[in-house]
Design a protein. Structure first.
Length: 361
């Protein structure tokens, strides 16, 4: 009976059940297939991209794949099998796109590391930095050691570890972006210690601020002082928790999907009350503004948020009430989405949810 209730709630676009059950089951399924196919290191095969694709498929078919589930099959098992088809289709597209991917061993940074003098121990230090960063990821440690210390090619590493060259390439790119390039810039780039606003300066200013804070006479003054230091109070323009009507010039900003199927959550409110157009998933429509959040990971949302912020700056006569986009049916948390709106904190006609301000402060 519990499975039947969950299916009905999912079909009615209930945000709580969507986050609590749909994403929970998809997460377990993703872990299973990630172990088999190394999904997380492949472009476009991250968890949210695949989960959103599965959800859009269910929504497009009015959740019939779940509603028609045989009664003797557990919902988690049925959804895992459905998620499997999404994974296999995505893998086919991925393999077609990256079948002839080139070996990037000639990357400038890699060549720079390998061209260093042996006594500089640069390669060893880079390997140690990789080991520290990926302390619990043996595969990443081994790839780092093979590339930077032993001089293996990506194809040789793939054969050695029993994974595909494309999977090695994706791990290598991740390693370069997260560890190697920042490490080289910080430790070997010329003039990095002469910057006008370096770490020592920041630490000194922090200590001075902390001293004033500790000397504050009471808790109330401390709280006010701390709020002032972090962000001016005038910037806390907060969206109401519940919006049932709008004044002239106010715009309801909601999370949508690219297909413009405004079937649940804030999207349905926008469609029912504020002029959102069915089939339009982006931009201003009536007294609402759609920002797509169901097309992949956070990085796919950022361009649409940037576009919205630019639009808001061009229309100071409008007041934009941003709802917690992406934090309902799309399955993200405020800590994922709020940083995308950092540039909006100085835009006076943009109001943000309290949960976003909690992160941005």
């Amino acid at each position: 009976m519990e499975d039947e209730l969950i299916v009905k709630k999912l079909a009615s676009y209930d945000p709580y059940y969507t986050k609590e059950y749909f994403y929970k089951y998809c997460r377990k399924a993703y872990e299973i297939f990630d172990r088999k196919y190394q999904l997380r290191y492949k472009t476009g095969l991250d968890f949210h991209s695949l989960a959103h694709e599965y959800y859009i498929h269910l929504m497009t078919h009015n959740f019939k794949p779940l509603l028609d589930r045989p009664g003797n099959v557990k919902l988690s098992t049925w959804m895992t099998n459905g998620f499997r088809f999404v994974v296999l289709d995505a893998l086919k597209a991925y393999n077609k796109e990256f079948a002839n991917i080139s070996d990037t061993a000639s990357d400038d940074i890699l060549e720079y590391i390998r061209s260093g003098e042996p006594e500089d121990n640069m390669m060893q230090q880079v390997c140690e930095a990789i080991t520290r960063h990926y302390m619990h990821d043996r595969i990443m440690q081994e790839i780092g050691s093979m590339i930077f210390y032993a001089g293996f090619s990506q194809k040789e590493i793939a054969a050695e570890l029993g994974i595909t060259p494309a999977a090695v390439n994706q791990r290598y790119k991740k390693m370069m972006n997260e560890v190697v390039t920042p490490y080289i810039i910080e430790n070997y780039a010329q003039g990095t210690c002469d910057t006008e606003y370096n770490t020592a300066t920041v630490f000194h200013e922090f200590k001075e601020t902390a001293a004033v804070y500790e000397a504050a006479p009471n808790f109330s003054f401390r709280k006010k002082f701390l709020s002032f230091c972090i962000m001016p109070e005038k910037q806390y323009r907060t969206t109401p928790d519940h919006i049932s009507s709008l004044r002239p010039g106010e715009v309801f900003v909601f999370g949508s999907n690219l297909m413009g199927m405004h079937a649940g959550g804030a999207a349905y409110v926008a469609y029912k009350n504020f002029g959102a157009v069915w089939g339009n998933g982006v931009g201003l429509q009536g007294q609402s503004y759609a920002i797509p959040t169901m097309q992949g990971g956070v990085e796919t949302i950022k361009p649409y948020v940037d576009e919205f912020i630019g639009f808001a700056k061009q229309h100071p006569e409008m007041k934009f009430l941003v709802t917690p986009i992406g934090c309902g049916i799309a399955g993200f948390e405020p800590c994922d989405i709020a940083p995308l709106f950092r540039d909006a904190t100085d835009v006076e006609n943009v109001y943000l949810p309290e949960s976003f301000w909690d992160i941005l402060r």
